[in-house]
Design a protein around this ligand. Sequence first.
Ligand code: NI
Length: 156
Amino acid sequence: MALRNIRTEGDPILSKISKPILEMNDKTKTLIEDMLETMYHANGVGLAAVQVGVLKRLVVIDVSEDGDNPIILINPEIIDKEGTQTGEEGCLSVPGKSGTVTRANHVKVKAFNKNMELFELEGDELLARAIQHEVDHLDGILYTSKVEGEIKTSSD
Ligand code: NI
């Protein structure tokens, strides 16, 4: 496994649309492992492949306290949304910044796992927010385009 370089705001790749993954292979397996390592190393709760420069519809998420519950979503598609939540959001591609974004409070997502088996996952609150944020990355959308009010700079 290896850390990958995280692309940051201003890099044109972040506004591109990622392409579906048609089959699992060793290259994509390594990419998944590297993305997890990169996300945990950066203390993030989610990372999309485009953020490490690969235009594939693949995201990894872990919203657990201990960072021991990785979720891998391949070709994710949000098939249901309910309610709203308004809260602070950040992104590893926009370091040191945060902003207020309103998202659905509950989502149901359909995706393939790393064995290319279709599954469904439902999530609330932080998990729902992470899923929506990461799926946006696959369509070239950064949360900064959805911020209400000003984008804040972290005080540290
Ligand atoms: Ni992000």
